[in-house]
Design a binder for this molecule. Structure first.
Ligand SMILES: Nc1ncnc2c1ncn2[C@@H]1O[C@H](COP(=O)(O)OP(=O)(O)OP(=O)(O)O)[C@@H](O)[C@H]1O
Length: 262
């Protein structure tokens, strides 16, 4: 579905990514791990059009994404969440999700101004969809609450519902469990599994090894801007190159992380 082909990125003289090639197959939960500063978020920023690659190709279902502005990439079917939660804290949950739905549906200006029947039906459909998406992440009961009142874990799930509101084929999650307690992680794991079963392809960056290894079919490992392996979780965990990449760093190394989770 999503392909990166020998993608490189330089910021001035700094080589952040070098010849990164990977493929996220349709229907999968795919993981990207690597020590701090390896270039993971840069990969997401390139896919979503926030920055342009220095060289290489990025395609979604065979069509190039390079050079498209972020909103066009959203329209092609890619949505994302960010490391730092981006929601409208002073708005209700349903309003937060509706913002995403409204961006997705094109209302005619006349429909909006004169509240034509077509517009009203679309608006009703949008609300129903927003409630449905909140239900998927276990938040529909709190639909009219103000987002600021949610716990941290709930805010992260709200952000996912909001991303889904643009009806993506591919959902990018940047460190979805950062800062969550174990109960919140379990709830999120269930929500992500349920979303994937509904047909959404998921590509996540995650430092929590138990989480990423428990969810992903395949995991790519980035180290100093290069992919050192892409394999099944068991193989990644046992790969000496991966262990070496994490040695002497503060990160949660795959081996230690997996053992800690048992
Ligand atoms: N816009 C930018 N300008 C200059 N350097 C940048 C820019 N964005 C990222 N970098 C540099 O690129 C490198 C990779 O950063 P990136 O955020 O992609 O890493 P990461 O693997 O996501 O790290 P972390 O796990 O800490 O989030 C870092 O050295 C960072 O300072």
């Amino acid at each position: 579905m999503l392909r990166l082909d020998t993608v490189s990125k330089r910021f001035g003289g700094l080589k952040v990514l070098e010849d990164v090639s990977l493929e996220v197959p349709e229907g999968e939960i795919f993981g990207l791990i690597g020590p701090n500063g390896a270039g993971k978020t840069t990969v997401f920023n390139l896919i979503t059009g926030l920055i342009a690659p220095t060289s290489g190709a990025i395609t979604l279902d065979g069509t190039s994404l390079v050079g498209l502005p972020p909103h066009k990439i959203t329209r092609r079917g890619i949505a994302r969440t960010f490391q730092n939660i981006r929601i409208f804290k002073e708005m209700s949950l349903i309003e937060n999700v509706l913002v995403g739905v409204h961006r997705h549906i094109r209302y005619g200006a006349a429909g909006l101004l004169f509240s034509l029947p077509g517009y009203r039906a679309a608006e009703r459909g949008a609300r129903e969809r927003a409630h449905e998406l909140l239900g998927w992440v276990g938040l529909d009961a709190k639909a009219s609450e103000i987002a600021d009142n949610l716990s941290y874990g709930e805010q992260r799930r709200l952000e996912i519902a909001r991303a889904l509101a643009t009806e993506p084929k591919l959902l990018l999650l940047d460190e979805p469990v950062a800062g969550m307690n174990p109960a919140e992680k379990t709830e999120l794991m269930e929500a992500i599994t349920a979303i994937n079963r509904r047909g959404f392809t998921i590509f996540m960056i995650e430092h929590d090894m138990r989480f990423v290894m428990g969810l992903c079919r395949r995991i790519a490992v980035l180290n100093f801007g290069s992919i050192i392996t892409c394999d099944r979780p068991e193989a990644v965990r046992a790969d000496p190159r991966v262990i070496e990449a994490y040695l002497g760093r503060d990160d949660d190394a795959p081996v230690r992380g997996a053992e800690a989770g048992r």
